[in-house]
Design a protein around this ligand. Structure first.
Ligand code: DGJ
Length: 374
């Protein structure tokens, strides 16, 4: 028997033709900002999401959104895929309840869910931003759920503010003396130079010390040594916190640091490239897009340095109309930037921006492309 060796690109085309014939539909690339049908033909409903890779399958977790409200009427959805292009709905990983007064009472806010796998406990651990029904964004809590299977169902564990009674790692004796002199009642007016200095020194950390630090927009990150971190907007969204998780990933360990005090960052997405940690965030303009920010550090504990936006091309000054949610690192080391184009008047119609991250002069660059292939 004779084998014919075809050039790689011819093989690719033949494979695509065969797949098209089998599935009956052309396999388009990834189209940022367009409707993204799942394998049942419905626009994917997994907003503010994140991706877990487990045993060769990708799991996409995100907020279920409905037509008239951004509040949680269903819960956290899960989709799975082998190729990151075709996503199969796997149902609701963690649902709301009709029990009155429950943290997850239908109508609460469940945002930016992320799932990580703990190799020691063999559990899948979900964190998300929780706001209690009828209380706007005042609760500012993170919530934790756990499952034995990637797709769930997840068992709800608890919600909390972060690290009650504990100061950030960098607060030594000198910082504590400065903190002692601060009084929240002396700073009623925001954005004055004095107020900025006081917030940077820990005015709001002190205000919230007893009950725990606020925890809103968030992501999770597992480092190469297996340690995991919860990164979230704290202190009235003015300062980001990076909190180390316990070995089982179910709680904050109590070690945390502050990043960009008074920088007003939301939507953190953290990834590592070589020995450098990179973080992409947004400003705080509600559901409206703004210019992405970028930070880097030689260690997760800092020091963090700010850089210009990594976005390039049309609408790069407003992150292509989107807001960062996650950076997925592939097994070969490439990274994919994920963002949401929110549609607050019809939340279910919100779109996804997925774009590859390239490196120029050692810095991440995200170039707009209307269609691309992995
Ligand atoms: C911006 C945040 O990034 C979103 O997750 C959401 O909380 C909206 N604000 C609410 O206005």
């Amino acid at each position: 028997m004779k084998y014919i060796h075809l050039p790689m690109n011819v093989t690719k085309v033949l494979l695509l033709v065969a797949l098209t014939a089998l599935t009956g539909q052309a396999l388009a690339g990834i189209r940022p900002g367009e409707i993204w049908p799942d394998t049942k033909g419905q626009h994917i409903n997994a907003h503010g999401g994140g991706i877990l890779r487990y045993k060769g399958t990708y799991y996409w977790f995100g907020e279920h959104k409905s037509e008239h409200t951004s509040n949680a009427l269903v819960g956290i959805n899960c989709y799975s895929s082998k190729d990151l292009r075709r996503w199969t709905p796997r149902g609701v990983a963690l649902g709301v309840t009709d029990e009155r007064g429950h943290d997850l009472e239908r109508g609460c806010v469940m945002e930016r869910p992320k799932v990580i796998y703990n190799e020691r406990t063999r559990k899948f651990v979900m964190y998300f931003h929780l706001e209690l029904k009828g209380h706007g964004y005042d609760a500012a809590r993170y919530a934790v759920a756990v499952s034995n299977k990637p797709e769930g169902p997840y068992e709800y564990l608890y919600s909390s503010r972060s690290c009650p009674g504990i100061l950030p790692l960098e607060f030594g004796p000198e910082e504590q003396v400065a903190l002692d002199s601060l009084n929240i009642d002396d700073y009623k007016e925001w954005w004055t130079p004095q107020w900025r200095r006081a917030v940077a020194q820990g005015l709001i950390v002190k205000r919230d010390l007893q009950g725990g630090q606020m925890s809103r927009d968030m992501t999770l990150y597992v480092d190469t040594d297996g340690r995991a971190y919860h990164i979230f907007s704290s202190e009235e969204n003015l300062t980001l916190h990076i909190a180390e998780l316990t070995e089982d990933y179910l709680h904050h360990s109590g070690r945390y640091t502050r990043l960009s005090p008074v920088g007003h960052n939301e939507a953190p997405a953290l990834f590592r490239h070589g020995d450098t940690y990179w973080m992409i965030t947004s400003g705080c303009t509600g559901w409206a897009p703004n210019e992405a920010r970028m930070f880097s550090a030689p260690s997760i504990w800092g020091p963090w340095t700010q850089h210009p936006t990594p976005c390039r091309g049309p609408k790069s000054e407003i992150t292509f109309g989107g807001q960062s949610t996650y950076v997925l690192t592939l097994p070969d080391g490439r990274h994919i930037f994920m963002a949401d184009i929110w549609r607050p008047k019809n939340p279910i119609d919100a779109r996804y921006v997925w774009l590859p991250i390239d490196f120029e002069d050692g810095r991440p660059v995200i170039q707009w492309q209307s269609e691309w292939e992995l």
